[in-house]
Design a protein around this ligand. Structure first.
Ligand code: R5P
Length: 294
């Protein structure tokens, strides 16, 4: 793998440099200058290897997508022939269907854009709900979907004795089932009705959580309302403790406080998005995925 370039942005340097070391890639900083009017200019190193990797995680995705577009096109002009995107958090995957005529299906549009820019895409737990595979969302030759669920299951076992894993909604069942299977854990999945961006109704399934160490497991925490409401219900149902393990720490400014006020003891996340709650690294798994590509 030695010799392939790893292009990264300054605000993701810490994670990108760790990946460069693990995967034996040549780190190449993309410089950015911000103009007073809100535009920005990028500068890539002028010498890149024929095979390159672009690292960018897509929390707060709107500017980052422009960065990706500009950087990927410029890498081609500089002679890169095989470009892999490592995007630990892949944004815009939740809108996978038009519920009313005219509604934008962002998954398809962003997926097609990425497929036009890269030969390969590596991501972690993309929010695929009505779509069966990552290749369907991003039609590239190599669309690699790593799951952090078994890693979160392992963390659950390390942190709590005989944990009971709960998914807060139907969509989480794919990850909770994987985490539980990897470590033979009890698990169940709740149902959720979303009433608004910051309002959800959760119904727990028939189960006995009295005296149990419950871990809520999900792919994303954004406003935190899903996890907070589920935690309140589980504590009211007699759970001894409720902790949270999520792949993507999108957390808005109030989310962590909300989750803690709901009675959650610990919040654990992966380093797909850099955050003080990071407790699991997906970088070894990404390194393994890269070994077949660069
Ligand atoms: C959606 O189904 C996701 O899996 C999460 O449950 C959701 O994005 C969490 O959102 P929030 O933290 O705003 O409730």
């Amino acid at each position: 793998m030695a010799g392939a370039s790893l292009l990264y942005f300054k605000n993701e340097a810490e994670t990108a440099l760790k990946l460069a070391k693990l995967a034996d890639l040549e780190p190449c900083l993309i410089e950015r200058h911000d103009f007073p009017d809100g535009e920005f200019k990028l500068k890539l190193p002028s010498v890149l290897s024929h095979k390159a990797v672009l690292f960018h995680t897509l929390d707060h995705p709107n500017e980052k997508l422009i960065e990706l577009l500009l950087a990927a096109k410029t890498a081609r002009q500089l002679g890169v022939q095989h470009l892999t995107l490592v995007v630990p958090y892949l944004a815009y995957m939740r809108q996978d269907i038009a519920f009313v005529p005219g509604e934008v299906v962002s998954q398809r549009i962003i997926g097609d854009l990425l497929a036009s820019l890269f030969e390969a895409v590596i991501t972690v737990d993309p929010h695929l709900h009505r779509v069966a595979s990552l290749e369907q969302a991003i039609p590239v030759k190599n669309a690699i979907n790593i799951s952090a669920a078994p890693m979160l299951g392992e963390l659950a076992v390390e942190k709590r004795a005989h944990p009971f894993l709960i998914g807060p909604d139907e969509e989480s069942s794919q990850w909770v089932a994987q985490a539980a299977a990897a470590h033979q854990l009890d698990y169940a999945v709740a149902t959720k009705t979303r009433l608004g961006d910051r309002s959800v109704e959760i119904h727990l399934p028939a189960m006995d959580v009295k005296g149990r160490a419950v871990i809520l497991l999900d792919d994303i925490a954004s406003s935190g309302h899903t996890l907070a409401r589920a935690a309140e219900l589980l504590l009211a149902a007699g759970a001894k403790t409720v902790d949270v393990a999520v792949t993507h720490a999108l957390f808005d400014s109030q989310a962590e406080d909300l989750i803690k006020r709901a009675g959650v003891s610990q919040v654990w996340t992966t380093d797909c998005i850099a955050h003080p709650s990071n407790a699991v690294s997906v970088l070894p798994a990404i390194t393994q995925a890269l070994s077949g590509l660069v």
